[in-house]
Design a protein around this ligand. Structure first.
Ligand code: ME8
Length: 510
């Protein structure tokens, strides 16, 4: 069985999660579920990034001891999984001395052994929001444009990582697509950056200034730079540096790191540099998402313009939120979030669209055929073809197999999740058209046998929707399989449908 390792970023615990974190985790979950359903052994990792100045400052602001402050917020990130039905196999957090520190420290040791760690003096502007040094050109009116605050001038002695040494090799890997970066525009952006050459990175801070972190191996007076610490989670979680590295040997390299565009540079430059220095394989793919915005500005904890995923789930249900995040927001571009847009999408596509379709079909099967529909003979099926414009497809199953499935598979494999979801909701539209065309609610009065064929096609369509939606809307998908009596049955056994009475899939909220 082939393996598939997929990760989300580990999120900062300076505040509870917002919809921006939810979107990355939901998209990664959809991909994880898709690969699991296609028979791969999947390892899906998420977690939290809990060290550094940013977290320390947030705990001070809250008047709390940092070690207990992080636990509380970590739990709210952990709770995203049951709330949004995320299927992560593991959850890593950086203060975990047993699971995370040995990996981070082993990796540091490897860089050191490679001669890539050296001591130097650094003077620069540090943005705590970014947890990175910034340059004058990143500032607007002396402030960091993303975080709306003045960076600190820092002058200190610390350790450096010789990233410059790896510029050419990293560039080659990205150019050759051995390290694939999606979408193309982000790949080009990174390559342009490489053109200027990568600079060495300050990789530690004096412990007296920032003690909340992992001590540098062999020099307790220094704390590891939070990005060096954080990036290593992708291998520490697999047991790298522990007594048992079996999982690491099995799952590394990562097949996909799902990240937002805000952290691309760290993943496309520093992380490959660290791995090359340590003689480890590079991840296969970085999938870089756009940002959810509110009124044109990135939704962020620092800016305080956040939408709470838990509230949305509470009101609309997990699948409604998953639907919105995977279809109504572009994966690779920025997209705006408004409550009105969310409600409209919910009412339009879920209540009136998918929910209504399933309700109508199941009700007709119950009322006209005593809840049971056997598969009609092939020649009967041919009597109710599906018309799409000028083209006539012999049946609903045929249309699904020849038109919908290839488009779905292609777009899923290319991680064009919005388009894959469009293909599924496009099928729903065709099925609605099929209902309108044959009007089974009238046809039943004149031709019961043909109504049986039409409804069988429509029930097959409903179950196919459930199959396609399984990675996107897992609960809804399960419910539809159950309503039509085909739980656990492969497609080849979707012959007889025994339909159950059920509640609305998506209750009306307006
Ligand atoms: O950067 N829209 O953590 P972070 C879409 N700890 N996605 C968003 C978003 C938005 N408005 N806001 C956040 C860190 N995200 C580091 C990562 S990884 C080794 C360390 C998502 O809490 C998006 O995936 O700031 C972004 O890259 C990530 O959350 C940043 O989360």
């Amino acid at each position: 069985m082939s393996k598939f390792y997929i990760t989300t970023p580990i999120y900062y615990v300076n505040a509870p999660p917002h919809l921006g974190h939810a979107i990355t985790s939901v998209l990664a979950d959809i991909v994880a579920r898709y690969h699991r359903l296609s028979g791969k052994e999947v390892f899906f990792l998420t977690g939290t990034d809990e060290h550094g100045a940013k977290i320390l400052r947030a705990s001070e602001k809250a008047g709390r001891e940092v070690s207990s402050f992080v636990v509380e917020i970590r739990e709210s990130f952990r709770n995203l999984s049951p709330a949004l039905n995320l299927s992560n196999d593991d959850f890593i957090y950086t203060p975990d001395k047993k699971r995370h520190w040995p990996g981070a420290q082993k990796l540091w040791q490897k860089l050191k052994e490679a001669g890539d760690i050296y001591k130097g003096k650094y003077k620069g502007l540090y943005c705590v929001g970014h947890e990175a040094f910034v340059t004058e050109k990143d500032l607007v009116g002396g402030k960091c444009a993303d975080h709306d605050e003045k960076p600190q001038l820092i002058e200190e002695e610390n350790y450096f990582f010789r990233l410059s040494k790896y510029t050419a090799e990293i560039k080659r890997r990205i150019e050759s697509k051995e390290l694939l970066i999606l979408p193309e525009s982000r790949r080009n952006e990174v390559l342009a950056l490489m053109g200027e050459g990568l600079k060495d990175v300050s990789f530690s801070r004096p412990s007296q200034d920032i003690s909340w972190g992992i001590p540098v191996p062999g020099d307790e007076s220094q704390t590891m730079y939070v990005w060096c610490d954080a990036l290593s989670n992708y291998i520490s979680a697999l047991g790298y540096g522990s007594e048992d590295e079996t999982k690491f040997l099995k799952f590394w390299p990562a097949d996909i790191h799902f990240i937002g565009k805000d952290i691309l540079r760290f993943h496309a430059a520093i992380w490959p540099g660290m791995l090359l220095s340590a003689g480890l394989l590079l991840p296969r793919e970085l999938v870089v998402t756009g940002m959810i915005q509110v009124g044109g500005r990135k939704m962020s904890k620092t800016l305080g313009n956040v939408a709470d995923p838990f509230e949305l789930v509470e009101h609309f249900g997990a699948d409604a939120v998953r639907y919105y995040l995977s279809r109504e927001v572009p994966v690779f571009d920025d997209g705006d979030f408004t409550q009105e847009k969310f409600s409209q999408a919910y009412e339009g596509n879920l209540v009136n669209g998918l929910g209504n379709y399933v309700q109508r079909i199941s009700t007709m099967v119950r009322n006209y055929f005593d809840s049971r529909l056997e598969k009609p003979a092939e020649e009967e099926i041919l009597k109710a073809p599906l018309k799409k414009g000028e083209v006539e497809y012999v049946s609903v199953p045929y249309f699904i197999e020849k038109i919908v499935f290839p488009e779905y598979k292609k777009t899923m494999d290319n991680l064009e999740l919005n388009r894959a979801s469009d293909a599924v909701f496009g099928l729903l539209k065709e099925l609605d058209g099929y209902v309108q065309h044959y009007e089974p609610f009238h046809l039943i009065e004149t031709d019961k046998e043909k109504t049986r064929v039409v409804l069988w096609n429509l029930a097959y369509g409903a179950v196919s929707l459930a199959w396609f939606l399984a990675p996107f809307l897992p609960q809804t998908s399960d419910k539809i399989f159950d309503i039509f009596g085909v739980v656990g049955k492969p497609q080849s056994e979707w012959n007889t449908f025994v339909v159950k009475e059920h509640k609305a899939l998506f209750p009306r909220k307006l």
